[in-house]
Write a protein that binds this ligand. Sequence first.
Ligand code: ADP
Ligand code: VHF
Length: 264
Amino acid sequence: MKPYQNRIVVKVGTSTLTNELGKSDLRCFDRLACVLSDIQNMGYEVILVSSGAIAVGRNKLKMKTQPTSMRHKQAAAAVGQCSIMFLYDKFFGDYDKTIGQILLNAEDIEQEEKKDNLINTFDALLEMGAIPIVNENDSVSYTEIESNDRLFGDNDMLSSVVAVLCRASKLVIFSDIDGFYNCDPRLHPDAKLIEEIDKIDDEVYKLAGGAGSRRGTGGMRTKLQAAALATSQGIDTIITNGKNPAALYDIIEGVPVGTKFKAQ
Ligand SMILES: Nc1ncnc2c1ncn2[C@@H]1O[C@H](COP(=O)(O)OP(=O)(O)O)[C@@H](O)[C@H]1O
Ligand SMILES: N[C@@H](CCC(=O)OP(=O)(O)O)C(=O)O
């Protein structure tokens, strides 16, 4: 089935949405809402996959350290998810946009009937001009947070699954770094940005390290897995810096930004 040329999935990570103190980066929420709203005004259909629930919830619950037990992570997610949706509702509202929340677990797309319902929900929201905002249903399912043998793994993979499900033409992954480098720039200051990757093979995986900040999870490995799934289904995937969401204007015009993984 052909992708919808005007449909874009954008994923934003915890390290972009929170600052060094672990608090919500309000300017980032605002800029993101502004650009996504504007792009929707230009005729595009936008789906946002947003992390941040656990980190924002931890802050709100005044937990001194990052939660390690499952119950505390799930409790933090329950609190933080409300906060991030409140912020999105406020900022998207400023740009006259309506948002809708979709929380997903792997099993929601494993059953055909649930999967069809989910696709219908996305389509209906987009038809009515709403912007769906997706996250893992962390408080209900523990597999997404902990298990190594999991479908979503983290929100990078979830964004790719959503892009495939919704037949988007592009997946844009906003991270805390300008793109994919030949090694982790935090460990190797002379690392070089790779502008385009045609094929994600073992050699490419060898260049990817783990998460950079204490707040992010997965690092580049999970982003490569996400890009591999999306590109295999004909979806161009771009990794770029979430501090500058205006890069989306260039991306939709085909101007090179960050690292592009070409659709197969
Ligand atoms: N080859 C690489 N190129 C770029 N970044 C890399 C690479 N290998 C590891 N990283 C790390 O991946 C981090 C981004 O992933 P992550 O911390 O999970 O953030 P996010 O919250 O955006 O998902 C970067 O900050 C960087 O330190
Ligand atoms: N679902 C979790 C995010 C998990 C995750 O993948 O985080 P990130 O690596 O920052 O995209 C949350 O909302 O806290």
